[in-house]
Design a protein around this ligand. Sequence first.
Ligand SMILES: NC(=O)C1=CN([C@@H]2O[C@H](COP(=O)(O)OP(=O)(O)OC[C@H]3O[C@@H](n4cnc5c(N)ncnc54)[C@H](O)[C@@H]3O)[C@@H](O)[C@H]2O)C=CC1
Ligand SMILES: O=C(O)[C@@H]1CCC=N1
Length: 268
Amino acid sequence: MTQTVAVLGAGKIGEALVSGLLRAGQAPADVLVTARRPERAAELHRRYGVEAVSNEQAAKAADTLILTVKPQDMGALLDELAPHVPADRLVVSGAAGVPTGWFEQRLAPGTPVVRVMTNTPVLVDEAMSVISAGAHATEEHLRRTEEIFRHVGRTVRVPESQQDAATALSGSGPAYFYLLVEAMTDAGILLGLPRTVAHDLIVQSAIGASVMLRDSGEHPVKLREAVTSPAGTTIAAIRELENHGVRAAFLAALEAARDRSRELAGGR
Ligand SMILES: NC(=O)C1=CN([C@@H]2O[C@H](COP(=O)(O)OP(=O)(O)OC[C@H]3O[C@@H](n4cnc5c(N)ncnc54)[C@H](O)[C@@H]3O)[C@@H](O)[C@H]2O)C=CC1
Ligand SMILES: O=C(O)[C@@H]1CCC=N1
């Protein structure tokens, strides 16, 4: 991995990618970052030894540009960047909702663009990064993108038409689990447990269930059935969850997230 990679708009996601690249053996000299605030640039330099440059400098110097600003800030970034990006550079967008075609219209004709939806477990090398090629991105560009993201978790390729759905599922996904843990911890309080005990019980149960989901090869229905004893406690809880429409709530919620991702495409 000897190419220069620039992370433009190194916030939470961008910083995690910088950290992953360095841990994967990329030399700090081959990683550039850009930030809006000088204090943030200095902090990234201090923490990782990478050089903080302007967006224009990054565009000129890096082989791969990873754009990790918010979708709403992408328009301003592209205005600044586009005149300086040579058409042989790979542009990787990490923004929710923004289609590759939007970038292609603003960059030099033929510039390869790859769209990636990752998630915050990128911070602990357990990201799910969903990758799609734009019109000019080749197999080699997809491989280069996978090489960057596989150091911080799993990668999967999907057609770009599935990116808004992926954003709803795995991009936003961690938030649903955190909400669930929060709600179950509150339930523990209701049942009289100290908050710290309730928290620990739920978090470890979440970890155990996650590892079984990943490693057992069993369908989630089978795993749930194994917990659900006849006339037992679990089925009593599941009846209440079904009575309260939890399954329908998830269907509606993820549909709303998918629709919001689509809306973000027009929001800059
Ligand atoms: N937070 C999440 O769970 C996920 C976020 N994303 C996407 O990743 C992107 C980044 O999200 P976060 O890291 O959470 O946001 P963030 O707000 O932590 O980071 C964005 C950074 O970009 C900087 N910035 C904005 N305009 C700039 C410019 N013109 N030049 C240089 N820096 C600029 C901001 O100052 C900020 O530090 C977003 O597009 C979001 O849709 C994707 C998956 C999950
Ligand atoms: O909520 C959002 O818009 C971003 C994209 C996916 C996760 N967080």
